[in-house]
Design a protein around this ligand. Structure first.
Ligand SMILES: Cc1ncc(COP(=O)(O)O)c(C=O)c1O
Length: 504
């Protein structure tokens, strides 16, 4: 497929700007003017549309197929959410709108806060953080402010995370200026309580934990774990990335957690991926409320307003009040379930256990327990017996029309395949995924080369993913292609309109 710059023809345009003869030309100071026109691709509208449409067909999304990317909760995004977020009263709001003109939006945020408080089993919520990872950082900043306020700021300098933790956990701990300690996982996939007891002391500020863990397992000793930290005067932070497993069934606050972030874009639907768009509200126990970011959305009688008067607040962590479109979609998703919200989690857990039951005789299962909303298999036998790695299985799944699961995570499981089906998949889809996984395991024995060279028939084969992540080429190499790209305006003359006028 050609790059858009390679399709470019000098002078072609997809549209023309209206001319207003009465409007004076903007005076741009000489030093700010471009020496030459920008090198932008030049295409008529039909070619432009074809280019992006072709690109879109090369992508894989939840709307094109099953996307069991463990820990990421890629669930169907109901279209009604999109209709609601496009209502003019929401869509056309300006962040600087007067509070009295944005009562509906403020009420929606307030109601969402109330629901998240209820779901978490805690007391107060801030919608501000833009993602789970930012929620983590915000939560740790709250811990810092809380301990500083108690005069313990210099003493408590360490956070404990699990050795199964998502990479953002240790990263947030470091960014927040804390020392990191990792607790081991025991043979049943729980935190190793004996090891935990060795780690926790008067320097411990808190624990950061996902429950269920990234192994898809609910910690069987969570109350004992909470007591270890609370007895030492420390706090517990709940990474809510896996909340899809427990909504309406068990609550982090009841488990003993003091701060929770909720990945709205996972649990409560949201078209997401590639780093956004997301929402990572945090919910806290009463004693941490004074430190929450400002502004808080508050209700006074029938009025809603933004409250900046919070002297102990850690301040703002994001522009304005947070990612509003995400709030509307999440609120709509939650309200569509209403009091039956726990069905969402029940079906997510059921779907995961169905897949697990059908796959566990063919792939290795490191922790043989019922799972929550996701589970982790291992391809280590395939590797030992046929030289087939988890990566080969993942790449081959693409040939069968499935997005690969998360691989090589959590790090404690060699050749890990982390599978999360979510509640929005029907049984037939789950069965076809199982068929593909079983067929791949058979291929590993009969024709391993077909796996090693997969994917076949995709726009691209195996890529150097590390290089793609570390040295992304996001700019067209004009130097290498001097013949393409726009030329100076004087060489082109008037732009040519090569399509029918709009509405013709
Ligand atoms: C367990 C876990 N924690 C934290 C995060 C970070 O969340 P976000 O991607 O919203 O920053 C993720 C993301 O996948 C996760 O799976």
């Amino acid at each position: 497929m050609k790059l858009i710059f390679e399709r470019s023809q000098p002078g072609r345009r997809a549209g023309t700007l209206p001319t207003y003869p009465d409007l004076p030309r903007a005076e741009i100071p000489e030093e700010l003017r471009r020496a030459a026109p920008p090198r932008l691709p030049e295409l008529a509208e039909p070619e432009l549309v074809r280019h992006f449409t072709e690109l879109s067909t090369r992508n894989f999304g939840i709307d094109t197929g099953f996307y069991p990317l463990g820990s990421c909760t890629m669930k169907h995004n109901p279209r009604v959410n999109e209709r609601l977020v496009m209502l003019p009263g929401f869509r056309d709001l300006h962040p600087h709108q007067e509070e009295r003109d944005a009562q509906g939006a403020l009420e929606l945020m307030w109601r969402l806060q109330e629901i998240l408080v209820e779901v978490s089993g805690l007391d107060a919520c801030s919608l501000q953080p833009a993602a789970g990872s930012q929620g983590e950082l915000t939560g740790l900043m709250l811990m810092r402010a809380y301990f500083a306020d108690r005069g313990e700021g210099d003493v408590r300098d360490t956070i404990v995370t699990a050795d199964t933790a998502h990479g953002t956990n240790p990263a947030s701990v470091t960014m927040a200026g804390y020392k990191l300690q990792k607790v081991r996982t025991d043979e049943r996939g729980n935190l190793d309580v004996a090891h935990l007891r060795e780690l926790v002391d008067e320097h411990t500020a808190g624990l950061m934990l996902t429950n269920p863990s990234t192994l898809g397992l609910f910690d069987e000793h969570i109350e004992e774990v909470a007591a270890i930290f609370h007895d030492a005067g420390a706090l517990l932070y709940y990474d809510g990335a896996n909340l899809n497993a427990v909504c309406g069934i068990s609550r982090p606050g009841d488990m003993g957690f003091d701060i929770v972030h909720i990945n709205l874009h996972k649990t409560f639907s949201q078209p997401h991926g590639g780093g956004g768009p997301g929402g990572g509200p945090i919910v806290v126990r009463e004693r941490l409320e004074p430190f929450l970011p400002v502004p808080a959305v508050v209700r006074e009688g029938d009025e809603f307003r933004l409250d900046y008067d919070r002297p102990k607040s850690i301040g703002k962590v994001r522009g304005f009040t947070g990612p509003f479109g995400v709030f509307v979609r999440s609120y709509a998703y939650i309200r569509s379930y209403g009091p039956r919200l726990r069905e969402m989690s029940e079906v997510a857990v059921l779907n995961a256990n169905y897949l697990l039951a059908r796959l566990k005789d063919t792939y290795d299962l490191p922790f043989d327990r019922l799972c929550m909303h996701e589970f982790v298999l291992s391809a280590r036998s395939l590797k030992r017996e046929h030289g087939i790695a988890a990566l080969d299985v993942a790449k081959r799944l693409m040939d069968y029309g499935f997005h690969p699961p998360t691989v090589y995570f959590p790090l404690v499981v060699p050749e890990a395949l982390m599978i999360e089906p979510t509640e929005t998949e029907p049984k037939e889809r789950l069965d076809s995924f199982v068929d593909a996984m079983l067929a791949i395991a058979a291929e590993a024995a009969e024709d391993p080369e077909v796996l090693r060279s997969a994917p076949h028939g995709r726009p691209v084969g195996r890529l150097d993913e590390v290089r793609a992540a570390k040295q992304p080429i996001v700019k067209y190499g004009f130097e290498e292609h001097p013949e393409t790209g726009p030329v100076a305006a004087q060489d082109v003359g008037e732009p040519r309109q090569l399509e029918a006028q709009k509405g013709a």
